[in-house]
Write a protein that binds this ligand. Structure first.
Ligand code: FAD
Length: 485
């Protein structure tokens, strides 16, 4: 009897646990299906960039399935209803899928599982998209979920490394769905009501494999071996750029970790070893935030620590628009926002600086920024994004940046982009400004501004806030909130 493999955020064939199990279990067809779910597409969170990369990944997946003699069946609608229809059309004996840990997904998948069981059909779900599942790691003494990243990561490694030894191959061939089984064409972005104004990366399993191989290529100047330092330099491509692939699963997280663990068995210098170790710890942040939200779903709408919901935000719409457009007058923030608006991606260090600026310098509710990032990022991921924003806001408990440690955007800029290469790339108005003034162009003497054709207030905005004053204002707002709650 045929079985259905329901693809969701795992758009690949290699090390895909549900697909592997479905192919092993069925002597008949494996029906690979992807359902475009309106509840996700139009939830106000998902933006054009993530939707566009998803559609491109579906094209690539369909192509890869065709190489195995199969094809992707695409449906559009409510997942349970679409699966019911598909089961009745194919007489499938069961459905296989990889687990997702967000509240909406859990509710959806529980309903599917319940219906399948009521029909006497099989429902098989698999641990796939994270290294350690949220229920898989609790504190030793009290069996409670972890709140502190430092303690979490210590025990995470053991379990995660074990997973890295459990890879499964891509099926070498698949029995195709019946030729008369209907599939919708993969829609164009505009058909789904999205308008893309950004450049997005090329995607698909083959490209994800290429990115991983490049990042682990020791001959390259900026491989994982240099990651510990290079990851702090936004002007350099010192990070893996795999977030879009990990978001929609065109690469397996186990394969990423395995690559790193295998490298650690080779003779490395202390610096190189640190590069690999630091990268592994970033993969752990991904699991950490997944379990944090799984156990604390209220974080999706408010602060993990509810005292931070008492902050009196200023929420000035004009300042918010200036931040969105990269017109704050702080070059490093503006460069980051423009990178996001152009490339649907922003370097991690600058995400931290820009988020901190919105929250602390402009005193705008972190949820406004979180939503904007969700709509603009091609790697937009509810857990990593929410986690990143609450980290910057200081509202996610002991692993967050403490609220009183406020990033100084000028000092951050000088440290991480000393010669302004990153700034100049995304803020061309400042291209000719000397290094000395690049981080604070408003301090340029007026004659120099005129000479360079970069008059502050005319060619590039004057700073929309004074950082020193804004810092005091933020500290007061935070202290007041914490005292009154
Ligand atoms: P690398 O440095 O090569 O890291 C490897 C992988 O580890 C990443 O691809 C990602 O999957 C994971 N990772 C790295 N850092 C983190 C982190 N802090 N939290 C969780 N996972 C991490 N990441 C997203 O994938 N989607 C988001 O929507 C997102 N929003 C963010 C918002 C803010 C305010 C901040 C501060 C961070 C956010 N991050 C998000 C985390 C991080 O910025 C990106 O994962 C990283 O920049 C992606 O680039 P890379 O693939 O080259 O990462």
């Amino acid at each position: 009897m045929p079985v259905i493999c329901w693809f969701r955020r795992d758009l690949r064939l290699t090390d895909h646990r549900a697909l592997y199990a479905a192919a092993e279990a069925s002597a008949g067809a494996v029906i690979p299906v992807f359902i475009l779910d309106d509840a996700i597409l139009h939830d106000g969170y998902v933006g054009a960039a993530l939707t566009a990369v998803t559609l491109a990944m579906l094209e690539a997946l369909n192509h890869d399935l065709q190489q195995l003699g199969s094809r992707l069946i695409v449906r559009h609608g409510q997942p349970l209803a679409e699966l019911q229809r598909l089961v009745s059309e194919t007489h499938a004996s069961g459905v296989y899928w990889n687990r997702d840990y967000l509240p909406y997904a859990i509710k959806r998948d529980t309903a599917v599982k319940q219906w399948l069981r009521e029909q006497g059909l099989q429902a098989h779900s698999f641990h796939d998209s994270v290294l350690v599942e949220p229920e898989g790691l609790k504190t030793k003494t009290e069996q409670k979920p972890y709140l502190v990243y430092g303690s979490y990561v210590k025990r995470w490694s053991e379990l995660a490394y074990h997973q890295a030894e459990q890879l499964v191959p891509a099926p070498s061939k698949l029995v195709a769905p019946p030729s008369d089984l209907a599939s919708l064409p993969i829609p164009a972005l505009a058909d789904l009501g999205f308008d893309l104004q950004q450049t997005i990366p090329q995607v698909g399993e083959a490209l994800a494999q290429q990115r991983l191989a490049q990042f682990f290529d020791r001959r390259r100047e900026l491989s994982v071996l240099k990651y510990a330092e290079a990851r702090e330099v936004p002007a350099e491509a010192g990070t893996s750029q795999l977030s879009v692939d990990l978001r929609m699963g065109t690469i397996s997280i186990r394969q990423c970790l395995k690559q790193a663990v295998d490298l650690l068995t080779e003779p490395l210098t202390a610096e190189q070893r640190q590069g690999v170790d630091t990268w592994i710890k970033e993969l752990a942040w991904r699991d950490y935030y997944t379990q944090l939200i799984y156990h604390n779903p209220h974080m999706l709408n408010g602060s993990l620590d509810p005292r931070y919901d008492q902050i009196e935000w200023r929420n000035d719409p004009t300042e918010f628009a200036a931040w969105q457009q990269g017109q704050t007058g702080y070059p490093i923030v503006d460069a980051g926002q423009r990178q996001l608006n152009q490339m649907a991606w922003m370097h991690n260090r600058v995400r931290m600086i820009s988020a901190s600026f919105l929250i602390k310098d402009l005193l705008i509710d972190w949820r406004w920024g979180e939503r904007y990032f969700m709509r603009k990022l091609c790697d937009a991921d509810i857990t990593a994004n929410n986690g990143g924003w609450q980290w910057a806001a200081g509202s996610s408990g002991p692993s967050a940046q403490p609220y009183f440690r406020i990033f100084n955007p000028i000092a951050q800029s000088k440290k991480h982009d000393p010669h302004g290469q990153y700034i100049r790339r995304f803020v061309p108005e400042l291209a000719n400004v000397p290094d000395r003034y690049i981080h604070e162009p408003w301090t340029m003497p007026p004659a120099l501004q005129a000479h360079l054709g970069c008059v502050i207030g005319r060619d590039y905005p004057a700073p929309i806030v004074d950082h020193g004053l804004a810092r005091e204002r933020a500290l007061n707002a935070y202290r007041t909130a914490l005292q009154t709650s």
